[in-house]
Write a protein that binds this ligand. Structure first.
Ligand code: GLU
Length: 457
């Protein structure tokens, strides 16, 4: 296969959710893996429902996930391309005007169903004479336009689902243009895919039927002799933990919502890609790790439930393994910088539930601590005085904790929790937390002495 040119084509009608992120990531990672091109295309021909704010929010969400499109397009700015495509179809006799109202179509469908027939459009409009059309137009009717399907079986080798086929005789000729001249999704999508030389379409399996129709449109619109029809890969869909479909408009499991909950982007990406595949969900340190394991053939063919509870745990495990380099800028955004930033990150990352927990731990290392009263903590003045006296001189490194507590153990006879817990409480104001061996050198001797004194007062 030549270098893949793929696209993610959301309609900007709401916030993207984890299921949309799955489509976006599968495309982006596939392009990355095969040195291809990833294009972001906003399907915004529906002026009623599309909003520029949604498009911008989708760009923010994709960037947060680490997805960087090579090109971003808006269909609303490419209408001449679609007009030209519609003209070509008309000239070839493949696009025909229809005048039935929604109610008339509905009545036809009901009659067909009553007679046990499939509700396929009967092509009555193809029989209209020029005079009949003129009369309908004189009544004030405006046509919508249907694509005349070849009644044949369309076959393709789906990269996820394998050999696939759809009998177009069982489909209604699809409406490509509404009465008001606006386009439904089908024609602009194919015109753009041709114009941009998209050679692989990875999208949800809710589009399988569209593929048969689009196959015929690709053939009808492709410049003669060109390899017209792209390859297709239809992945399974994610549903909520209770089995409902995810919806852009309801905002369920939206990417922005997960971000606001403090979920790590790499955890969202891992979940979006690995759930519903044969690879077990596991924390990742970069998107490149997903690239390595990406295999469209490993995607399961059944709908997969997505449990947000799993995501919180995965997010914490993701944080525990992140390198300093990968979070350097995020730490700096919270003024966590300088020579202590790296040892600090390595000391605390294993204790984080959410990234923002670093702010508290940084304050504990660099600022003031709140002193929690705890009757059982063993913070008696004698013990703390001994601890202060035994505190080694600087310079300190990670061995200072062991050296210090060894002396304290000898001098006080304390060991285990009775020895360590009061020190933790005095030094950090917390019951639990990162290894003190790593924290103590960051806190430093002056602060450590002050905190040991404060507790003894
Ligand atoms: N706008 C369509 C959607 O959001 C794009 C489908 C496609 O990838 O062709 O479902």
């Amino acid at each position: 296969m030549p270098h893949p040119i793929v696209r993610f084509a959301p309609s900007p009608t709401g916030a993207i959710h984890i299921g949309n992120a799955r489509t976006a990531l599968l495309n982006f990672l596939y392009a990355k893996k095969h040195h291809g091109t990833f294009i972001l295309r906003f399907d915004d021909t529906d002026v009623e429902r599309s909003r520029e704010e949604f498009a911008q929010a989708i760009e923010v969400d994709l960037a947060w996930l680490g997805i960087a499109p090579a090109v971003t397009l808006r269909q609303s700015q490419r209408l001449p391309l679609y007009h030209a495509a519609a003209e070509r179809l008309r000239a070839g006799g493949r696009l025909y005007p229809c005048y039935e109202s929604a109610e008339e179509l509905d009545r036809k469908r009901k009659r067909q169903q009553a007679r046990g027939l499939p509700p396929v459009y009967d092509r009555a409009a193809l029989e209209l004479t020029a005079q009949e059309r003129a009369r309908l137009e004189a009544e004030g009717r405006r046509p919508h336009w249907r694509f005349k399907l070849d009644q044949k079986i369309v076959r393709w080798n789906d990269l996820v689902r394998g050999e696939s086929h759809i009998d177009c005789a069982s489909l209604s000729d699809p409406v490509l243009l509404r009465e008001d001249g606006s386009y439904l999704y089908t024609l602009p999508s194919v015109a753009d895919d041709l114009d941009l030389k998209i050679n692989l379409i990875i999208r949800g399996e809710d589009h399988v039927t569209n593929t048969a129709v689009q196959h015929q449109l690709f053939e009808a619109l492709a410049p003669s002799g060109a390899a017209a029809v792209p390859a297709f890969a239809h992945h399974n869909l994610l549903s909520s933990a209770t089995g409902e479909g995810l919806s852009k408009r309801s905002g369920s499991l939206s990417i922005g919502g997960l971000r606001d909950q403090g979920i790590e982007p790499l955890a969202v990406a891992a979940a979006a890609v690995l759930i519903g595949s044969s690879i077990a969900l596991h924390p990742i340190g970069s998107l490149d790790e997903l690239v390595a394991s990406l295999d469209l053939e490993q995607i399961s063919r059944t709908q997969t439930r997505f449990d947000p509870a799993e995501l919180a745990a995965l997010s914490a495990r993701t944080l525990h393994g992140l390198s300093f380099e990968s979070v350097r800028e995020r730490l700096a955004a919270h003024d966590i910088a300088g020579y202590k930033a790296k040892p600090f990150w390595l000391a605390v990352r294993g204790n984080l539930e959410a990234f923002l927990d670093v702010v508290d731990w940084w304050r504990i290392v660099e600022g003031e601590i709140a002193i929690a009263e705890d009757a059982d903590s063993g913070l008696d003045a004698d013990f703390l005085a001994t601890a202060r006296a035994a505190l080694p001189e600087e310079p300190w490194d990670e061995t200072v904790w062991t050296a210090w507590t060894k002396v304290l153990k000898e001098r006080t006879g304390r060991k285990g929790r009775a020895l360590f817990h009061p020190l933790r409480l005095a030094l950090t104001g917390r019951d639990t937390g990162p290894e003190l061996a790593a924290l103590l050198p960051l806190i430093g001797r002056i602060k450590a002495l002050a905190r040991l004194s404060a507790r003894a007062a």
